[in-house]
Design a protein around this ligand. Structure first.
Ligand code: ATP
Length: 229
């Protein structure tokens, strides 16, 4: 099943064309890396898939429906960059709150906190969490309700190498269970061993999309490709 499909999508903020004729798709059970420099249009693409904005041109379909339809959005997990939580609440209280908002069963909360490595810290206030622990809490939030489509913006920022490896192991497991996953990043090195396909955005246009071996054969890549995993 298709997780999302963007067909000839453009988006304008006032007069600025920030996405220009983008064609992009993600299938279930696939990890897509979405790469590009600051301002390339990654977050705009994510917001269009979430249905927070409508395209100026083109079509966005998500999980067999329209982007923004609540029946569709409830199956999407999203971890934004620099996620913020109320510092006075515990990790468990925060996740309980998001579970209620999403209509996800509360019993998932301790399971997810264990899964992301916060089992021992779930009853501590978030103000005592390190950056990496906050990032893991953000990931647990995104995983509530067992999303069919998971979109993560720079998910490894603040994570040490062990936690990063744990995260990718978890993402591969979810991928193998059928979840479609988008990983946004500024840089390809470090991420490439974990993705199935890559899409490279430059100034709002898709410069390249495909599996990594095909991309490596293309010249003039806007993002440095490290060949060795
Ligand atoms: P980053 O890696 O820095 O998060 P990005 O690839 O996610 O960047 P976007 O946030 O999608 O890029 O931004 C694409 C372009 O749209 C940029 O030129 C940005 O300045 C512009 N832009 C983003 N949000 C707005 C807004 N609310 N109003 C006007 N322009 C905006």
């Amino acid at each position: 099943m298709s997780c999302f499909r963007l067909e000839n999508v453009s988006y304008r903020y006032d007069k600025a064309l920030v996405l220009n004729g983008v064609d992009l798709r993600l299938e279930s059970g696939e990890i897509l890396g979405l790469f590009g420099h600051n301002g390339a249009g990654k977050t705009t693409t994510i917001k269009l898939i979430l249905g927070l904005m409508t395209p100026s041109q083109g079509r966005v379909s998500v999980l067999g429906g329209e982007a923004g339809d609540p029946h569709v959005t409830q199956h999407i997990g999203y971890l934004p960059e620099n996620v913020m939580f109320y510092p006075q609440l515990t990790g468990r209280e925060i996740l309980n709150h998001f579970a209620r908002l999403k209509g996800a069963p509360l019993r998932q909360v301790p399971e997810l906190l264990e899964q992301v490595g916060l089992g021992d810290a779930m009853n501590a206030r978030v103000k005592t969490y390190s950056k990496g622990m906050r990032q893991r809490l953000g990931l647990a939030q995104a995983l509530l309700g067992k999303p069919k489509l998971l979109m993560l913006d720079e998910p490894t920022v603040g994570l040490d190498p062990v936690a990063t490896a744990d995260l990718y192991r978890l993402l591969r497991k979810l991928r193998d269970e059928g979840t479609g996953i988008v990983l946004c990043s500024h840089v390809l090195p470090g991420v490439e061993p974990y993705i199935d396909r890559a899409a490279i955005l430059t100034d709002g246009a898709l410069k390249a999309v495909g599996d990594l071996s095909a991309l490596r054969r293309q010249a003039n890549m806007p993002v440095t490709l490290s060949i060795e995993p």
